[in-house]
Write a protein that binds this ligand. Structure first.
Ligand code: HEC
Length: 153
């Protein structure tokens, strides 16, 4: 009986020690990460760390656009590569692009040439609308897209 109790105690201490080792390992591993790497404890990137490093555009991009548009701004995914897209939209007034990002289908109905061209390639996939984005937030997004499209980025 006595011996059994001792054995159980030893097993419990061993278990506790193993848990501590795993926990410390996990904490050190997390602390070692760069600010924009995903965090173990919340599953998403620390937004404050992101804006400090890349400006507010990156967190807007990750939250709203990255599900459809490639983060390298070069590959076409569900939506087209945004690096070349900005070059194409630069032929038109900046406001056109603001309006497009807020409601691309509205710009399509107005037969905006670039909206029509892109729609021909991507229909029937419809981009989300973002009526709540302010001019400043869109500028932040565009600045981030330009930056991420640079070859040195
Ligand atoms: C649900 C997927 C989806 C999301 C989310 C999304 N897009 Fe799109 N985007 C598309 C698709 C698909 C197109 C192609 C046009 C179409 O089919 O409406 C597109 C087109 C575009 C274009 C025009 C490209 C061109 O070549 O003319 C821009 C600019 C753009 N998106 C920016 C954004 C930004 C900025 C965000 C985030 C605020 C965003 N998109 C979020 C799917 C998406």
């Amino acid at each position: 009986m006595e011996q059994q109790l001792v054995a159980i105690k030893i097993a419990l201490y061993a278990l506790l020690a193993a848990l501590l080792v795993v926990l410390c390992g996990a904490i050190f591993f997390e602390l070692d990460k760069k600010p924009d790497e995903p965090r173990f404890w919340c599953g998403t990137t620390s937004l404050a760390a992101l804006s400090a490093q890349y400006g507010p555009g990156k967190e807007l991009f990750v939250a709203n656009c990255a599900s459809c548009h490639s983060k390298n701004m070069r590959d076409n995914l569900t939506g087209p590569a945004l690096g070349p897209a900005l070059a194409a939209w630069s032929k038109y007034p900046r406001k056109d692009l603001y309006n497009y990002i807020r409601d691309s289908q509205k710009m399509l109905r107005k037969r905006h040439p670039q909206a029509v061209k892109t729609w021909k390639e991507y229909q029937p996939t419809v981009m989300n609308t973002f009526p709540g984005l302010t001019d400043q937030q869109i500028e932040d997004l565009l600045a981030y897209i330009e930056k991420a499209y640079q070859p040195s980025y």
